[in-house]
Unconditional design. Sequence first.
Lengths: 325, 258
Amino acid sequence: MKSVVKLVLLVIFILVSVSVSLSSGDSGISLFNFINALSNSGVDRVILFDLRIPRVLLGFFVGGALGVCGVMLQALFRNPLTEPYTLGISGGAAFGAALAIVFGLGRFMAFGGFVGSLAVVFFVYLLSIKNRVVDISKMLLIGVMVSFVSSSLVLFMMAVSDPVKLHRIVFWMMGSLQWPNRFAVVLNAISSVFVLIVGIFLSWNLNAISVSEEDAVYLGVNVESTKKVVFFISSLAVGIAVAFAGIIGFVGLVVPHFFRLTFSRDHKFLIPLSFFGGGSFLILSDALARSLFAPVELPVGVITGIVGGIVFIWVLARSRWVFNA
Amino acid sequence: MLKVEHISFSYNSKRILNDIDFEVKRGEFFAIAGPNGAGKSTLIKMIGRLLEPDKGDLYLDGKSFRLYKPKELAQKISIVSQNPSYAFIKVEEFVLLGRIPYFSAFQFFEKREDRKAIEEALVMCDAGHLKGRYMNELSGGERQLVFLAKAISTKPKLLVLDEPLNGLDISKQDAILSLLEKMRSEFDLTIIAVLHDLNVASEFADRILLMKSGSIFKIGKPSAVIKEGIVKELYNASEKVKVFDNPFSSNPFVCITR
């Protein structure tokens, strides 16, 4: 299939995702009513502007950030299983949020998640750096181990919490876009667009590093600076995303691979594609999570896992792709 | 052209390179040989600036490596490492990576001159027909041609190769060596190559640097350094190793007898 056709399909996918997400949910504003709601005042307009649009925007920016960070980290680690949470970000965030809930500071849950994720990432970074050089394989292993430790600590806190707190922790960990306040939307918009722009600027460096770190040095690429910038901005963006949306798995893992398989390995295309693809995929998954068993809302991570996984396996099975040939 | 001035390098308190000092002249084919663990690949990594010497310095055209910006130096020196990595990308995209030293920080797309350079490099390396194929689908010989095309697309002054003939059959070795000769004459290219095969070094190199235990063992023209006594001492080889004059070229030829 030609690239132009694929691009048109992606634009259609984005438009469909946004429309479906805006018009689906408990109170069911149909596509037709949705147009009316834009121009008239009333309940539909309130639902649309105060609930749906902020939710769609939050989902889009969170999904976009996860997609871009997933691409950059996979390039840096040259490992197909790397995702934004691999470095312990999710474990740290869950630990921070759980700590806030257990100590009765539920209002600061998002802040706890953010601080927890950054603290863990900083810890992983310090342990992986030697002589100002970041050891990528060591970082990956330490990240996975720290993730295990912090997840176990979360389980411990869950075991000793009362049922109400336990429920809050579990719900937060499953990931949700239910609380799209203006602050969350603006902060995620800034961080995800920032990470997108920096990522595009680094695309040639990532192209070289994703093939070989050694050869990238021979090409004059500043590999160490690139690693540090990617690590820092990814941690910040994913920390912010996790703080407001919880742990939404699979987007940062599958979306980059999907576009690598279907479009290009070139990061100047892959990064923006993963941004728009990740954003649209998450809002579509959120729409399904809200509508499939309405009025019961499923955790969005359930949909991203099932739909994303199946689509990805199908694409992978049809391709000639090898991650590291 | 390249001056390596008294460089030493240690890793984990172990001395890997010890007071290495030599100069490579413009247009020269300079071979580096020696037993495994002699420090040849470490020396190549120093030339590629992957490692910095603890002592001493390297100079290109009289200017210290430290005074070059990384991309500026990468435009002048191309390195094909021992087992170069490749990925699931098309040959054309892979060769394009060789143009990265010319890309500015805010450049997203390659320019027409970059396209021209990769086309020329692929044609020069007889790999033009491979450009639409994926790297992992190529044979070892084809891949080596593509690695060379990537290196040459940078239009370097100095081409550094770490065991470029490794794992290739004799006809592929012939093709690569002929290509190197062609590049040398057409681009006035200086070549430094780590070669395990002393006979190839003897036939093709202007001078050979023999290394042992991180130090220079001998340096000079093939006829001066490939001598039976030197080869036996360098490799701790037995009496079965003999050196005689190649009847076709009169260059020294090393063989193992029964």
